[in-house]
Design a protein around this ligand. Structure first.
Ligand code: NAP
Ligand code: MG
Length: 505
């Protein structure tokens, strides 16, 4: 089903594909109130893809009013759970029918390799929507143990209007992680995709409407963080913001909430994720393969990217050699060719940021174990930098590019200290043949996801989010994500004998 097509087939789709350019509000596409647009480009070629509506605070007011009206009259959340499940399953089917077009649109807009777009981004997006749809008629509320004199119901109700502000690194998948549980819970949503990658969110909203999600329930506003993200954060009729992006922008949403209506805020932010390899790791080839995937998948433009290899000094050289061998399979080039696993970085500005860390390698006189080259001002070769210390920017800062730093340790305690020595706490991987050590490290590393003898983010059934400055207020994915999009209500009913007698009299 999600097997990639050939390069020729993808290129043919790219030639004929129709790109959405207007915001999607209240069931139809509309230009920005101001009539303004911004240019969106293909980062791999520099080619202009489209002029997209540049919305502002007046469009936010309009979309939030439509989302609120849809919520207040209950056109979505008051449908039966079975009906809503049916609509979301149809939505997932329409995404599946359009999977090749969505993969190409995602690749053109972001520079991501089309193979990954097809087999990961689009495939997981469909799975996410289906998973949350299936949950709708399987969630039960609670009663509380208050004795025979009262009946208490502890019920979940949809929180209302949700603003979702998204990053550019997984445009479709981050959208799905938000809208899956938000729509399943019965909320209305106003989505702001990142300006670099707006196209697939618009097409997804159109398909959701076609599937039967009522007008006003799922809206997408295109435009900048300042013009659209900030007014969403400050809006008095937005009940919650769910945000994925960098930690500095995430902080702003806490301020927006404090300065407006104390809306709920859930933040999924940056990471600086370690892979800790102990000297008793059982299979160094497996470790090398997993570390390479963790570090270079999606060009390292991944919040959960393995960006720090923390390895026992006795096995470092051998592991780096094997890492080099696995890196040979990671071809860099045209994102529309499914042979390539490394595509373009998302923009020239981001390319400049990532390559500034390559300049640090020279300045700090660090040694390049592998890679270090760039091509055409858009591609950065997978790079491994040896001898990085905790004082270095390479150790502390989220690079969000294909650069892996290497640091050694000599004791388990030192490994834990190094792993925890950044402001982030999103994910970590641990490689060891000892179950006891694996459990000890899993407990002592402060991160929202710890994988043992593998790299990954879990699947739709497991929560995802970070400790420390990697997150705030909740988790994406899994049944736990639903809690965020709901309020908890207590309903207390007096059923004491006195009240029965009074009723009878
Ligand atoms: P970003 O610069 O923080 O932007 C994220 C979103 O916030 C964009 O839609 C952006 O709009 C908007 N924004 C920017 N300034 C704003 C402001 N002043 N007020 C309101 N909204 C504003 O992040 P990014 O560079 O797109 O994405 C990369 C980051 O996302 C990395 O740090 C990565 O770790 C993180 N991430 C985290 C997770 C996770 O689950 N923890 C998953 C994926 C990515 P414009 O850019 O369109 O102006
Ligand atoms: Mg783009």
């Amino acid at each position: 089903m999600h097997e990639p097509l050939t390069a020729a087939e993808y290129k043919a789709i790219a030639k004929t594909i129709e790109l959405p350019t207007n915001a999607f509000v209240d069931g139809s596409f509309r230009p920005a109130n101001s009539g303004k647009t911004f240019t969106t480009t293909n980062p791999a070629t520099g080619e202009v893809l489209a002029e997209v509506a540049a919305c502002d605070a007046s469009d936010v007011d309009f979309a939030v009013a439509k989302a609120k009206a849809a919520f207040d009259d209950g056109r979505w959340h008051l449908q039966s759970p079975g009906e809503r499940k049916g609509v979301l399953l149809k939505f997932a089917k329409l995404l599946e029918d359009n999977r090749h077009e969505l993969a190409v649109m995602e690749s053109l807009d972001s520079g991501k390799p089309v193979r990954e777009c097809q087999t990961v981004d689009v495939a997981d997006t469909i799975h996410t929507i289906r998973w949350h749809a299936e949950l709708i008629d399987k969630l039960y509320d609670n009663t509380a143990p208050v004795g025979s004199k009262a009946l208490t119901m502890v019920v979940r109700e949809p929180i209302g209007v949700v603003g979702a502000v998204l990053p550019w690194n997984f445009p479709l998948l981050m959208l799905a992680w938000k809208i899956g549980p938000a729509l399943a819970s019965g909320c209305s949503i106003v989505v702001k995709p990142a300006q670099e990658t707006t196209l697939t969110a618009l097409r997804v909203a159109e398909l959701a409407h076609e599937a039967g999600i009522p007008a006003g329930v799922f809206n997408v506003l295109t435009g900048s963080g300042k013009d659209v993200g900030e007014p969403i954060g400050l809006h008095m009729d937005v009940d919650m913001v769910t945000f994925t992006g960098s930690t500095p922008t995430g902080r702003r949403f806490l301020r927006y909430a404090a300065d407006s209506n104390l809306k709920r805020v859930v933040l999924e932010c940056g990471g600086k994720n370690p892979a800790v390899v102990l000297e008793d790791a059982e299979d160094l080839d497996l470790v090398a393969e997993q570390v390479v995937t963790g570090a270079f998948w999606n060009m390292g433009e991944n919040c959960s990217a393995t960006s720090r290899l923390i390895v026992h000094s006795s096995i470092k050289d051998e592991l780096l050699e094997r890492i080099g061998a696995y890196m040979r399979d990671w071809k860099t080039g045209d994102p529309l060719d499914p042979e390539n696993r490394i595509g373009a970085l998302v923009s020239k500005a981001h390319f400049d940021k990532v390559t500034s860390y390559l300049d640090d390698v020279k300045k700090e006189k660090l040694s390049l174990a592998h890679g270090g080259e760039t091509q055409k001002g858009v591609y950065v070769e997978p790079t491994v930098v040896d001898g990085v210390t905790p004082a270095s920017r390479l150790f502390q800062e989220e690079i969000f590019g294909p650069i892996l730093s290497v640091t050694t340790f000599n004791s388990l305690a030192e490994a834990v200290t190094l792993a925890n020595d950044t402001p982030y706490g999103l994910t970590a991987s641990v490689y060891t043949g000892s179950l006891r050590k694996a459990i000890k490290l899993s407990r002592e590393i402060r991160a929202g996801v710890v994988t043992v003898n593998c790299f990954g983010e879990g699947d739709a059934t497991t929560p995802f989010g970070g400790y420390k400055e990697s997150g705030f207020g909740g988790r994406d994915k899994s049944i736990f994500a639903h809690d965020q999009y709901t309020e908890l209500k207590t309903i207390w009913i007096d059923v004491s004998e006195r009240s029965v007698d009074e009723t009878v009299r």
